[in-house]
Design a protein around this ligand. Sequence first.
Ligand code: SAM
Length: 269
Amino acid sequence: MKGRLVLVPTPIGNLGDITLRALEVLRQAEVIACEDTRRTAKLLRHYGIHTPLVRLDQHTMNRAGKLFEEHRYIAYASDAGTPGISDPGAELVGLARERGFEVEVLPGPTALVPALVVSGFPSVRFVFEGFLPVGGRNRRRRLEALERESRTVVLYESPHHLRKTLTDLTAVYGPEHPLALVRELSKKHEEVWRGTLAAALAEFTEPRGEFVIVLGPRPAQSENGPDAARLYEELRAQGLSGRKLAEELERAGLSRNQAREWAYRKEEG
Ligand code: SAM
């Protein structure tokens, strides 16, 4: 291996949300490449870290080659959260591999997981759509694909495009479809709003802050009932049993009675 690139997840709001390993890598790397030097510098100041910073965002990715030539231990931090999730981190991983660098990713903060979990929608299976393309044929295709999607769907969106995306999702799902808008996670004005697409459009007339959109599964799934046997097997494989298993089965769309029956009767048998 020619060198080592470590992708370091950074807080999505609250500076306290960083792991001890992340701090160790930021301290020990030769250089920290980052999407936004001001933002990363603030984090480094907070933790008294003095590693040099180099800007590396989607517009300056052509600098990556030089970085790989000059350094053997590079840390990468994107704007916030886990690099590679809807940010330039993914491209950097490819470039590092081409250069023969070993790539490591630390587990850590990301917006999609807490948003999905706090939404209360089934989280056993879900789809992460990231940002929809802003317009054109690609956006239409992605929206069309959602017409056939029966799982919980998680999307990222900027406040600027939120209303347009809610309007387009209304055309796909209908105005009464339930969703959660999870705003400003881990920040002072954190908010979890739940309601229908029509109510969201009425409520968020001038959206501000950072949003994750979580769309509930299509009603067809709850009407016909989810595949209880498959869910049961999946959750058992994850090590769930008893009350925890019943709770997860219920969250996935089974009635309380069904969930209990599966969780307890099957275990006894
Ligand atoms: N890499 C990041 C991650 O791991 O979540 C995502 C980067 S992407 C460029 C930024 C988007 O993530 C925002 O537009 C928003 O949809 C979501 N996001 C980031 N921080 C958030 C927060 N504190 N609250 C809600 N959504 C957030």
